[in-house]
Design a protein around this ligand. Structure first.
Ligand code: CMC
Length: 383
């Protein structure tokens, strides 16, 4: 071929597979997991049930739900070596680097990591869904030089995560909030990290290798890292009255406002709407001055951005914009936000691995070469 082909930079608009796991309607701001709207799941389901749904393609019966949850809950504790490495890394590494390293270690405890039978893959994914929240919680504990807290058998995966992180049993409202965040982050079709997971899985590497790829990809501020970056921006704004000036100047300087814009959503992200509504509800629960201030900043930034860029460029708030203030309602620090994203997204990553391996095809795109050809090699002594 001599004519330059059409290149879809960033694979924008390219279909890479078929999937029955989730559907993102970017024009109308809608999201479904296995056919169920994310709003209905957020209001009526819980994280464990959503994991079952994503992995198995149907809602569980009571017996299936109990068995699945029990399996998850029983696997939450961490091996001693994993705790040790988290402790070593905690003082000098970002929690996402710790997540990546500690998750990779879990392959050591699998006697048959390369077994790709459907039931074996599901089992590995269940182990990872169980252990990733504990890795995140242990990371948070050791960062604050506190002791590891073993899982509590009476708590769900999200509530137990909060307990293992803070040492306090969550209130009913906190349990609802953390469960909501786990559900909303569980799955989002072929985003960058899921694609990265599938690229690794497509080589027939193991589930742990694929997951580690996903964590590395999720770290960046254009993807999962936007939640931490958005909170940093709100803290840099400081006083709500500085919001408009800060945003105007940032836009004039061609900076991106973190927590806004999306490759697929060209309208309000339905997940962001839900997070925003729970953030507003938290105002009725006597939140801290910090949370009140963050919410004021967020609402003023949201209004300005929608006025300026909503209808003109299709740039609206995404899930990461209001996530930070809501995590602050639960007392969670900024660097822990993306690890929570990892812990929740494992359900989606795992579901995609299971689905992809039913019809595996090595991912190997092509690029248009712009360099030279047939150069004459000159020995080093003659250069
Ligand atoms: N603030 C200001 N301008 C923006 C923003 C933003 N957040 N996002 C996009 N734009 C502008 C961009 O500058 C460009 O303008 P122009 O056409 O004048 O050069 C135009 O919009 C298109 O941007 P793009 O980067 O080509 O579009 P994309 O589809 O590749 O971008 C994005 C998607 C998410 C990378 C981008 O919107 C962004 O950088 N947002 C901030 C980071 C963020 O919040 N990421 C989380 C995404 S949702 C959760 C997740 O999946 O992790």
């Amino acid at each position: 071929m001599t004519e330059k082909p059409v290149i879809n930079y960033g694979l924008e608009g390219i279909y890479v597979d078929e999937s029955a796991i989730s559907k993102v309607d970017g024009q109308n701001g809608k999201l479904w997991y296995r056919g169920y709207s994310v709003e209905s799941l957020a209001e009526q389901s819980n994280f464990e049930e959503v994991c079952y749904l994503l992995l198995n393609g149907k809602l569980p019966s009571k017996a299936e739900y109990d068995e699945f949850s029990r399996k998850l809950w029983n696997r939450r504790d961490l091996p001693a070596e994993v705790k040790d490495i988290i402790k070593v890394m905690a003082p000098r590494s970002h929690p996402m680097d710790i997540m990546r390293t500690a998750t990779s270690m879990l392959v050591m405890y699998d006697n048959d990591p390369n077994n790709k039978e459907n039931s074996a893959t599901l089992d590995k994914v269940i182990t990872l869904i169980a252990k990733l929240p504990s890795i995140a919680a242990a990371t948070g504990r050791f960062r604050e030089k506190k002791e590891y807290i073993p899982p509590d058998d009476s708590l769900s995966i999200p509530s137990n995560f909060l307990y293992m992180l803070t040492g306090k049993k969550p209130t009913k409202f906190e349990s609802k909030l953390i469960d909501l965040m786990f559900i909303l982050h569980a799955e989002h079709s072929t985003n960058a990290s899921t694609f990265s997971v599938l690229v690794t899985a497509s080589t027939l590497a193991d589930v742990y290798a694929a997951t580690t790829s996903g964590i590395g990809t999720l770290k960046g501020p254009l993807h999962g890292g936007a939640d931490e970056a958005a909170l940093s921006m709100m803290n840099a704004i400081g006083n709500p009255d500085n919001t408009e000036k800060y945003i105007e100047e940032a836009l004039e300087g061609k900076q991106r406002i973190m927590g806004f814009g999306h490759r697929v959503y060209k309208t309000y992200d339905p997940r962001a709407k839900l997070v925003r509504s729970y953030l507003e509800e938290s105002l009725t629960k006597e939140p801290s001055d910090e949370v009140r201030r963050l919410l004021q900043i967020a609402l003023r930034a949201e209004k300005l951005m929608i006025d300026k860029l909503g209808s003109t460029k299709g740039i609206w708030p995404n899930i990461d914009f209001f996530a930070g203030p809501l995590y602050r309602v639960m007392g969670i620090e900024g660097q822990m936000f993306t690890p929570i994203f990892v812990a929740s997204r494992m359900a989606g990553w795992g579901s995609h691995i299971v689905e992809y391996w039913h019809n595996n095809k090595l991912v190997r795109p092509v690029e248009w070469y712009t360099g030279q050809l047939d150069l004459k090699y000159i020995p080093m002594s003659e250069r």
